[in-house]
Ligand binder design. Structure first.
Ligand code: ZN
Ligand code: ZN
Length: 306
């Protein structure tokens, strides 16, 4: 059973195994396929054209499938590995253990933003970028330095987005004034998902964002927020039910896989669980019940007010 854990609770061994699996996929070329996949769709997804991965209702199921594929790839290296999630409402500082040298490494140097420590520093010899938007072969980050994203989204901001009842709305793109999806994606409201990309900076702020392994942890959390929203709005449905000429309906296949629909992806528990899915207390729909017994201490709790 795949259980995705909060990265702040990973053991040293779990971090080591995750990093090792990433480095193995990098070495055998698999990693670049995912960067290319994301970049291709990022470029073609347009407000006024066909759009699947971004600016569209299928933003959430499309990334969910991408993460499932990536998690499977990691498990070809080590079947114990699952994608950790980064709860940036909690771990919101460049000093968080997420950015320590034993995990993702830290921010970039002033000169050029190059990440200088950790397993994904260019100097380590293990993380040369191949799918690039400029000449630089090195991973870059500028944590918290973007004037457009000086702070990560807060818990209160996320709550305001989770409170939105309707999944999505016409015209099903980045201009929707209402709708959970567009607010979570970040084109309207407090800017949730997009802002985290900007806060990390470097490649994370571009279409080749999966070059930074932080991409997976960020999107695993965005994916988890979708699941939380579903619990909170049990009568809300994926929209649109039917496809339009530009976006995919509930039972339309999603490229590039073309063997999966939003309907197939609507329940994450068919594919994996979150550590917070196991909650022993009645009356709280979601929360942290963890092996370390710290469940309910507020640190990882996502308990709903409803
Ligand atoms: Zn994306
Ligand atoms: Zn993203």
């Amino acid at each position: 059973m795949n259980i995705r854990k909060n990265q702040a609770r990973l053991s040293r061994a779990e971090k080591r195994r995750f990093v090792n699996a990433l480095l193995t996929l990098k070495r055998n070329g698999t990693y670049e396929e995912f960067v290319t996949l994301h970049s291709t769709f990022f470029l073609s997804d347009q407000d006024a054209g066909s759009r699947v991965g971004h600016r569209s209702p299928s933003f959430l199921p499309w990334h969910r499938r991408m993460l499932i594929e990536f998690e499977k790839a990691l498990q070809t290296v080590d079947r114990r590995v699952t994608l950790p999630y980064w709860d940036w409402t909690q771990d919101r500082s460049p000093a968080s253990s997420l950015w320590a040298p034993d995990f993702l490494g830290g921010t970039g140097r002033d000169l050029d933003g190059q990440v200088m420590d950790g397993p994904f520093a260019y100097g380590s010899g293990n993380w040369e970028l191949k799918v690039k938007i400029d000449e630089n072969p090195f991973l870059r980050r500028q944590l918290g330095l973007s004037p457009r994203a000086p702070e990560l989204p807060t818990k209160a901001e996320v709550e305001s987005v989770l409170a939105i009842d309707e999944y999505d709305t016409e015209p099903w793109n980045s201009t929707c004034a209402t709708g959970f999806r567009n607010h979570l994606e970040g084109w309207r409201g407090p800017n949730v998902h997009n802002r985290v990309h900007l806060w990390v900076g470097g490649q994370m702020a571009t279409g080749v964002s999966p070059n930074d392994p932080a991409f997976w942890l960020h999107h695993a959390f965005v994916d988890k927020l979708w699941a939380q929203w579903q619990r909170r709005h049990p009568r809300s449905r994926y929209l649109p039910a039917e496809s339009t000429d530009q976006v995919r309906g509930f039972r339309a296949t999603l490229p590039p896989w073309n063997d999966v629909t939003p309907a197939d992806l609507i329940d994450h528990r068919r594919h994996y669980f979150f550590d917070t899915d196991f909650f022993p207390f009645r009356g709280r729909e979601d929360g942290a019940a963890n092996a370390d017994g710290r469940g309910g201490d507020g640190r990882g709790g996502d308990e709903d007010a409803a």
